[in-house]
Design a protein around this ligand. Structure first.
Ligand SMILES: C[S@@+](CC[C@H](N)C(=O)[O-])C[C@H]1O[C@@H](n2cnc3c(N)ncnc32)[C@H](O)[C@@H]1O
Ligand SMILES: [Zn+2]
Length: 367
C-alpha cells in the first residue's frame, strides 16, 4: 500500500513512525508568522530545526516563511529516510542539511564554527530545562528561539522539589499556575542568558491547554531588573495575588483576616508578549485569512499590560457564592468601574485585571 501524504499549510509530507500532532498546527502557524516577520526585516532567514520529527516545521519555514537555509536535525536516525523523502522533493540540497545528532551537539557545533541561526526551533518533549542554556549557543544575537515545554506538573507547583532542582525557583500551586509556568520558563531562560551577558525579550508566550510555547528573542544585554524578575505571592485564604522583588521579601504579608500565603519565584514578571510584534503577526495572519490565529493574537495583545496573574470565574463564583457571570460581562463591568480588565488566552474562564478579588466579586454580584 502506498504511504499516505499529509498536508499542513504548504507542506506535504509523510509521518511514518515520527511524532506529529495535527492538533498543534496553530502552534506551527505562529512559528511560521514570526519567521515571516524576521525574513521581511532581515532580508534573509537561516533556521535550525533542532528536533524536527518528520520535518513539517522545516517544510513550512521553507515554503511559507521563505527561509533561505535550513539545518534539519532529528536525533532518531530511524527517521532518516522519512526526512530525506519529505525534504528532498521540496528543498534543493544547497539550501539545507539533514543530520541525526543530539540537539545539544548541534548547538555547540554552531558555536564552535561561529555559525549562528536567525531562528532556532526547539520542539522537545517533557522538560525544556536542558535546552534553556544550550540553545543560546546556536542563536544569533537578535535571533529567535521557539521553545516547547510539556513539564506542566513541575511548573504549576505539583512537584515543588523538582522545581527547585530544575529551575532554581519555587513553584507553588494556585489558580493562575499556568501563567506562572510560562513566567518561570522565561525567568530561567533570562537567567541562563544573563550568565553570558545576554538577555531575552519574549515575542509571545502561549499555553495551549497542555503545552507551553515560547517565542523568545536573544538580545545583547541582560534584561532582568528589580521590576521584572521577582516573586508571586498567593493567599489561599482571600484569593489575592501580590508581586514582590527580592528586596521586599521580608514584607510579604496579606491584609486579610487569616492569611495563608504561598510564594513562587523568582520568575519573569514583565510582559509575556511584545506589543509591536504581536500587531505585526496579527496583520500577517489576517493577510492569510487565519482568523483563529488573529483571534488568539488579539487576546494576547489585550493581556500584555495587565498584572502577572489572573482570577478564574470559578474562584469568583465559589468565594462570592454566586452563579458564574459570563466572562465578557464581568470584564465589561470591571472596565465600566475604571479597572483594567481583559480575558487571558491561558484559561477560557480566566480574567486579568488590576481589581482585587473582592472587587471582582462585588462587581459580579451586581451584574
Ligand atoms: C515533539 S517531536 C518533534 C515534532 C516536530 N517538531 C513537529 O512539529 O511535528 C521531538 C523530536 O525530537 C527528537 N529528539 C528527542 N530528543 C532529542 C535530542 N536530544 N536531540 C535531537 N532530537 C531529539 C525525537 O525523536 C522527536 O522526533
Ligand atoms: Zn489574604
Amino acid at each position: 500500500m502506498a504511504a499516505k501524504w499529509h498536508r499542513e499549510g504548504q507542506a506535504k509530507f509523510q509521518i511514518g513512525q515520527a511524532f506529529y500532532n495535527s492538533q498543534h498546527k496553530f502552534v506551527r502557524d505562529l512559528g511560521v508568522l514570526a519567521a515571516i516577520a524576521e525574513k521581511q526585516d532581515r532580508g534573509s532567514l537561516r533556521v535550525l530545526d533542532a528536533l524536527s520529527g518528520c520535518g513539517v516545521r522545516s517544510l513550512r519555514y521553507w515554503h511559507e516563511s521563505n527561509a533561505d537555509y535550513l539545518w534539519i536535525n532529528e536525533g532518531n536516525p530511524e527517521h532518516s529516510s522519512l526526512l530525506q523523502q519529505n525534504l528532498a522533493q521540496a528543498i534543493a540540497p544547497e539550501h539545507c542539511q539533514i543530520t541525526h545528532q543530539d540537539a545539544h551537539r548541534v548547538f555547540f557545533s554552531c558555536y564552535a564554527r561561529r555559525d549562528y541561526y536567525d531562528l532556532v526551533d526547539v520542539d522537545c518533549f517533557g522538560s525544556a530545562v536542558p535546552y534553556l542554556s544550550s540553545m543560546l549557543w546556536a542563536t544569533k544575537i537578535g535571533g529567535l528561539m521557539y521553545l516547547t515545554s510539556t513539564d506542566g506538573r513541575t511548573l504549576t507547583g505539583h512537584l515543588p522539589e523538582n522545581s527547585i532542582l530544575a529551575y532554581s525557583a519555587i513553584a507553588r500551586s494556585h489558580p493562575a499556575a499556568q501563567e506562572q509556568a510560562l513566567r518561570l520558563l522565561i525567568g530561567a531562560t533570562q537567567q541562563q542568558a544573563a550568565t553570558k551577558g545576554l538577555g531575552i525579550e519574549p515575542i509571545f508566550s502561549l499555553f495551549t491547554g497542555q503545552t507551553y510555547r515560547l517565542m523568545l528573542r536573544l538580545v545583547s544585554k541582560p534584561r532582568l531588573t528589580l521590576n521584572n524578575y521577582g516573586f508571586l505571592a498567593y493567599c489561599h485564604s482571600c484569593g489575592n495575588y501580590q508581586t514582590f522583588s527580592w528586596r521586599k521579601l521580608n514584607n510579604i504579608s496579606c491584609t486579610c483576616k487569616d492569611p495563608a500565603i504561598t510564594v513562587s519565584g523568582a520568575m519573569w514578571l514583565g510582559r509575556l508578549h511584545d506589543p509591536q510584534r504581536i500587531e505585526r503577526l496579527i496583520v500577517l495572519a489576517d493577510q492569510r485569512g487565519w482568523q483563529k490565529i488573529v483571534k488568539l493574537l488579539t487576546s494576547m495583545k489585550h493581556e500584555i499590560d495587565l498584572p502577572p496573574y489572573f482570577y478564574t470565574l470559578q474562584e469568583i463564583g465559589r468565594r462570592g457564592k454566586l452563579d458564574l457571570p459570563k466572562r465578557s460581562h464581568l470584564i465589561a463591568a470591571l472596565q465600566k468601574q475604571g479597572y483594567q480588565a481583559a480575558a487571558t488566552h491561558i484559561d477560557p474562564q480566566g480574567i486579568k485585571t488590576n481589581a482585587s478579588l473582592e472587587s471582582c466579586i462585588a462587581i459580579a454580584k451586581n451584574i
